[in-house]
Design a protein around this ligand. Structure first.
Ligand code: AVJ
Length: 325
């Protein structure tokens, strides 16, 4: 039985109860599974920022190229004759979108910026950085799950919505889930609204694998940090030396996956739960799906969107696809 949450600490208590529930459910499944959305605690945010700075992790540079050098194209696709809310799902530190935000402010556009993120930590970093960089920007940070916060944004304002979902975050869902997600998103948008999604494209498989299998081991630490987070927040006793990161990329399906391998048979305690691992048993940690142009077209079509524009980086490794309802 879950204890009812005290109003004052409602978010925090309920969040850690959901975290525990998800973890126990995932580690009781076959194969064992953890959700990559829990990667992003304070330490995970820091590790992900290190990943974005790695030369192998081309995604950031590609999308930065789009936001820095093709800002005009983005702005004309958005259109700014009517006021709007720019809602960013998984905004993180808003490094890429800040170029768009700056441009829109220079043009004196009537818009609010509503960054949504599961990490309250990164949202406060974002707010601090952006208020300094673009003082005239109206920022309304929303901490929580995408759809809960999107619904809140709708209750706060009835202006036209421009939804940003960048960085290849959509790739963190297996294809079937991504379709469900787009359909859910579609339900929340009305004519005139736009969705701008960043897709990492299928490319030389060596390039893809290298981005997630760095020699320096930052991606490995990023995965292992979730075990450490469970030790800290859920009173678990994972020994990080007894798990090893394993990365795969299947160029046919486009699925890039990370696993943790249990290096020996072991029993782990999480609060008053116990989880057994066999030697070499896997935990399925994350998928980073890659897309062909046809994959993107099919996804848009099956979720009742229409593609109105596509903006690629100069290498054509990444695309920001602009959809309307
Ligand atoms: C933040 C989901 C876009 O999948 O490429 C980076 C996360 N994981 N390296 C990705 C990640 C391992 C990243 N996204």
């Amino acid at each position: 039985m879950n204890a009812p949450c005290e109003p004052a600490t409602l978010t925090e208590n309920c969040t850690s109860q959901t975290f525990l529930k998800d973890v126990i459910e995932g580690l009781s499944a076959h194969p064992k599974k953890l959700s990559s959305k829990y990667f992003y605690d304070k330490n995970g945010d820091r590790l992900f920022q290190q990943i974005m700075a790695m030369p192998e992790y081309y995604l950031t540079q590609c999308e930065l190229d789009i936001f820095k050098n093709k800002t005009e194209k983005l702005v004309s696709a958005i259109g700014f004759s009517t006021p709007f809310d720019l809602i960013e799902l998984g905004a993180g530190d808003a490094m890429k979108s800040s170029y768009l935000l700056e441009h829109l402010c220079t043009l004196d556009c009537d818009f609010s910026y509503m960054p949504i993120d599961i990490s309250g930590n990164i949202l406060s970093v974002l707010k601090e950085n952006l208020s300094e960089k673009i003082p005239s920007l109206n920022i309304i940070p929303l901490e929580g799950d995408y759809f809960d916060m999107l619904d809140r944004a709708t209750r706060l304002s009835d202006r036209r919505k421009v939804v940003l979902f960048l960085g290849g975050n959509i790739g963190n869902m297996p294809p079937e889930e991504a379709l469900q997600f787009c359909m859910e998103l579609r339900k929340r948008l009305t004519p005139g609204d736009l969705l701008i999604t960043g897709f990492d494209l299928k490319k030389n498989p060596h390039t893809v694998l290298a981005a997630y299998n760095d020699e320096t081991g930052i991606t490995a630490s990023f995965n292992l940090n979730l075990l450490e987070r469970m030790n800290r927040e859920l009173d678990a006793d994972f020994d990080l030396d007894k798990f090893k990161h394993y990365q795969t990329y299947d160029p046919v399906s486009g699925a890039c996956r990370s696993f943790l391998v249990s290096l020996e048979a072991q029993k782990i305690h999480i609060g008053n739960h116990m989880i057994s691992f066999k030697e070499n048993e896997l935990i399925d940690m994350e998928i980073s799906q890659k897309f062909s142009p046809e994959d993107i077209q099919n996804l848009a079509k099956e979720s009742w969107f229409r593609i109105v524009n596509e903006i690629k980086d100069s290498k054509e490794w990444f695309v920001d696809s602009i959809w309307t309802v």
